[in-house]
Design a protein around this ligand. Sequence first.
Ligand SMILES: [Zn+2]
Length: 298
Amino acid sequence: MKLVWSPKYDVDLFGHVFPVEKYRLIRQEVIERGIVGEEDFVEAGPATEADMMLVHTREYVDDLVNLRATPRTMRSEMALTREIADAYVAAAGGTIEASGRALSDGVCVHIGGGYHHAFPNHAEGFCYLNDVAIAIAKLKKAGAANRVCVIDCDLHQGNGTAVIFARDPAVFTFSIHQEWNYPPKERSDLDIGLPDGADDRLYLKELEVIGGILDRHEPDIAFYLAGADPYIGDKLGGLAVTMPGLKKRDIFIFEACAARDIPVCVVLAGGYAEDVRDVVEIHVTTIAEAARAKGAGS
Ligand SMILES: [Zn+2]
């Protein structure tokens, strides 16, 4: 299984809570555990401005690439430096690359991406570019895929993605998230807003709707946002899903897609446990299960 990754993701966020070092640590860990080899890592080229403008407005892309502090860029909670902007442009390129490889290989993981709070005309949260939306728009434009399901399992609602595809019936947006948390909710095709403290049992039970969604929508590809923040030890989250529960989530998603021959592009999205090693462990488990699903399918 190929993994898309870039050293550009490991940027200085000036003390921001987003643990960008997780990307480097995950890469080390999956190699050390023998899940993949060094040769399985692919570095993608950056997204072009034309790619970004498949989803984002010209004004906003212009502000972003020129590092201008405007109401459009300042909705982000992050600083805007050359390095940070480049990291988001690289990550959008990474998800484009991973989506193409998912179509050809059945499964591909991007060790990055999942910046689902970015809107067409402004940044939000920790997200400057909606990499998943850009990759979907690019696949559709190329005719490589038309029908798409977004399975967003980050703790936070995929509000930007919901808005971007609100009027596109070919893209089904599903989000399972903590209801009483950031962001103000937009409307996905299906939202499951979980109560505070939702545990493995409730989480995995609610997830079962995925099978029916895939049967009805019949996507050419699924994008799985495998957020680590539903974890019980998350600093920003208020759900109570355990590590074994998150592993069951991964297995469920991969099996649901494999049973229907649906390629899966995995992106990591959020994760803010006190100890970054917990975030790494959750993401590494997702990658191990993706590799296992790939092995079973080929
Ligand atoms: Zn999140």
